[in-house]
Design a protein around this ligand. Structure first.
Ligand code: 13P
Ligand code: SF4
Length: 329
């Protein structure tokens, strides 16, 4: 039997998020949060949440929070019977690949990814045939069968180190052309065959937009995710993954900062850094936004939607992820 969540516990949770969630909205969210906390006990479930999830998920119901790399690392060690992925499908697949005995739930199957949809396993086989012997480095933002065709995975946190770890002078880097170009700018001696599968959210930022922001707020640091086009990265004071950006804000505590990434993250960073004003040209990821408190309740009540991966694909995809996880950053 689950222990009911007390009013005092809910008040303590609201205290954490009250800077970014208005009290009237919390009144609607509170019963859903309480239900999820009970369902987690009943189902023996752990909730993993990506930094692009709304604060009422990220800061209230999640057991594990982080960027793609942190979620992959932590998913491996979850001991609960059930993993609920508050993120997108490739993240849920990664959890299942790394921890196959768990029931992995994605609350909404429409939570996909433009990047993951841009490339198929056939495409990777063709690239390999065109570039014999050249290793394939695959961003984790891909489907399991694409990972299975790859030599090693990477995330935006470790892409440069993963490429360097191979010690070769040519690689195939898929599917994000901008992350690829950013890595290449740091490793100019390595020839990289790129794929044109950008993120539909980050591709919308422009260098001009960032220059306008800098003019409006002189001296303000600009933090940019490496999925952004080169002219945006050229304007950055810091370029890095979502957790890298979050760490940068925590370490530097600027009076004001621009986060050039999916804009929900600014709310989550703001909760942890109350004195910092966030400037965010607001681009939302429609896939991440599919996950809501209501869909998490439904997911845990109905035990849906379970992620299954064919064993032959899972084992090969795991090799690519395992290789990535041995690279030190
Ligand atoms: P990271 O979590 O690796 O920074 O990636 C951002 C992203 O686009 C996830 O979908
Ligand atoms: Fe995919 Fe971009 Fe959304 Fe991340 S932000 S899930 S890369 S579409």
């Amino acid at each position: 039997m689950a222990t009911p969540t007390t009013a005092t516990q809910l008040d303590a949770i609201f205290d954490r998020v009250k800077r970014v969630i208005p009290p009237l909205e919390w009144e609607i969210q509170k019963p859903l949060v309480a239900r999820i906390l009970e369902l987690k006990q009943e189902r023996n479930a752990a909730i993993l949440a990506h930094t692009y999830q709304v604060p009422e998920i990220y800061h209230t119901i999640a057991d594990i929070q982080g960027d793609s790399l942190q979620l992959a690392r932590e998913a491996m060690d979850v001991s609960a019977d059930v993993i609920v992925m508050c993120g997108v499908r490739f993240m849920a697949e990664t959890a299942k690949i790394l921890n196959p005995s768990k029931t992995v739930l994605l609350p909404d199957l429409r939570a996909g990814c433009s990047m993951a949809n841009s490339i198929t396993a056939d495409d990777v086989r063709r690239l390999k045939a065109e570039n014999p012997g050249v290793p394939v480095v695959t961003y984790v933002n891909t489907n399991a069968d694409v990972k299975a065709e790859s030599d090693i995975c990477c995330t935006s946190s470790n892409a440069r180190q993963v490429v360097e770890s191979l010690g070769v002078d040519k690689i195939i880097f898929i599917p994000d052309p901008y992350l690829g170009k950013w890595v290449q700018s740091q490793l100019p001696h390595i020839q990289m065959v790129l794929w044109n599968g950008p993120c539909e959210v980050h591709i919308r930022f422009t260098g001009e937009q960032v220059r306008e922001l800098k003019q409006k707020y002189p001296g303000m640091p600009v933090l940019v995710h490496p999925e952004c086009p080169e002219d945006v990265i050229a304007e950055a004071d810091y370029t890095g993954s979502t957790s890298g950006m979050s760490r940068w804000v925590g370490d530097h505590k600027p009076a004001r900062v621009a986060l050039i990434t999916e804009c929900t993250m600014a709310d989550n960073v703001s909760v942890l850094n109350p004195g910092v004003e966030m400037i965010r040209p607001c681009n939302l990821c429609p896939h991440m936004q599919r996950i809501s408190l209501r869909s998490v309740v439904n997911s845990l009540e109905r035990m849906e939607h379970t992620i299954e991966i064919e064993e032959n694909i899972r084992v090969r995809a795991k090799q690519s992820l395992d290789r990535m996880l041995t690279v030190r950053i």
